[in-house]
Ligand binder design. Structure first.
Ligand code: PNS
Length: 163
């Protein structure tokens, strides 16, 4: 039987509890789930890609998420090229609000047109609906406590790297 493989792409700068919730539920829907750190040229980054991968790996382990999750990064071109490389036909994204729907819809259509890769949207736990990486970056940058919004490993890393 064909293995159902999906990709959860994102900047993960840094990974939040909202991301982990979506990753956890997506892992239950597919045989193999790739969590893919992708550089987004429209955003100015806080963490290097390798650090984001490492924090994702630590957070997934710490939270005891399923073992069918692979963490990787991609900077070689289109997201759908990675999907073709690993045999994934589905992208999974979390949708918190109408703003997310408006942001994600064109990307979903382009990815489907480019390579017949479908996008599945999951609704987050309402407890995480207000959590975003950009909010975390801002609060952390101004010296605030981000521990309610991010995995322990991320909170610890941001605390340690504070200058
Ligand atoms: O977490 P983000 O920043 O909202 O993630 C956006 C991301 C990285 C998934 C998006 O920018 C992306 O898919 N980049 C890959 C480049 C690509 O394939 N573009 C064409 C199709 S949208």
């Amino acid at each position: 039987m064909m293995r159902r493989i999906a990709v959860v792409p994102g900047s993960f700068d840094p990974v939040t509890l909202g991301h982990l919730d979506v990753i956890d539920r997506a892992a239950g829907l597919f045989d193999e789930l790739h969590v893919l750190v992708v550089h987004n040229p429209d955003k100015s980054a806080l963490l290097p890609i390798s650090q984001r991968v490492s924090l994702l790996e630590q957070s997934i382990k710490e939270a005891g998420l399923p073992t069918n999750i692979v963490v990787a990064s991609w900077s070689m071109g289109l997201l759908v090229d990675y999907c073709m490389d690993v045999g994934a036909s589905v992208l999974v994204k979390g949708i918190r609000s109408q703003v997310d729907v408006a942001y994600e819809t064109p990307m979903a259509i382009v990815n489907r047109n480019l390579a017949a890769v479908e996008t599945v949207f999951l609704l987050p736990d309402p407890a995480n609906a207000h959590v975003s990486s950009s909010l975390v970056r801002q609060v952390a940058g101004l010296g605030g406590d981000v521990s309610p919004y991010v995995p322990h490993a991320v909170a610890e890393y941001l605390e340690r790297s504070r200058v």
